[in-house]
Design a protein around this ligand. Structure first.
Ligand code: TYD
Length: 136
């Protein structure tokens, strides 16, 4: 089974231009408490390199493209994000690495919780240890 769970958005655009809507507990499978944008990202640098204890997210590449690797401690999978009608659901206990940003990449992240540094697992070995002792 793929580590990538996709969320589809409808295009509500018409002759005036594109319109895409995302609602709490509909397309987005949680209450959105925080939105952040990754943009003007250095195409030569990778970011992420963490997992979360509790946080759930949906990532939507609303401009350009980037790649994301997900890792559940057993399997690793990489996918290109370049479609604003498709979100990637990233649940807790998934290690993520994001890279190969195009110059025009804007990655929008919808998050289920406010920013909380204590929710981060930033060490891959610690992530593996937690995953191996957890059924989540
Ligand atoms: P960081 O977690 O390093 O980003 P990434 O995991 O994508 O590489 O975040 C960079 C800085 O921004 C760090 O000091 C934490 C801060 N930050 C917030 O204050 N609020 C937020 O919502 C996020 C995502 C980060």
């Amino acid at each position: 089974m793929s580590l990538f769970e996709l969320v589809k958005f409808n295009s509500l655009g018409d002759v005036r231009g594109e319109l895409v809507s995302m609602e709490n507990n509909k397309e987005i499978p949680f209450e959105i408490k925080r939105v952040y944008l990754l943009m003007k990202s250095n195409p030569n640098l990778k970011r992420g390199f963490h997992a979360h204890l509790k946080l759930r997210q949906v990532l939507v590449c609303i401009s350009g493209s980037c790649k994301i690797t997900l890792d559940n401690g057993k399997n690793r999978e990489t996918r290109v994000l370049n479609n604003y009608l498709e979100g990637i659901k990233v649940d807790h206990f998934l290690w993520r690495e994001i890279f190969d940003f195009s110059n025009d990449c804007i990655l929008m992240v919808l998050a289920s919780e406010l920013y909380d540094e204590t929710d981060y697992i930033r060490d891959y070995n610690e992530f593996k240890r937690i995953i191996n002792g957890s059924n989540s």
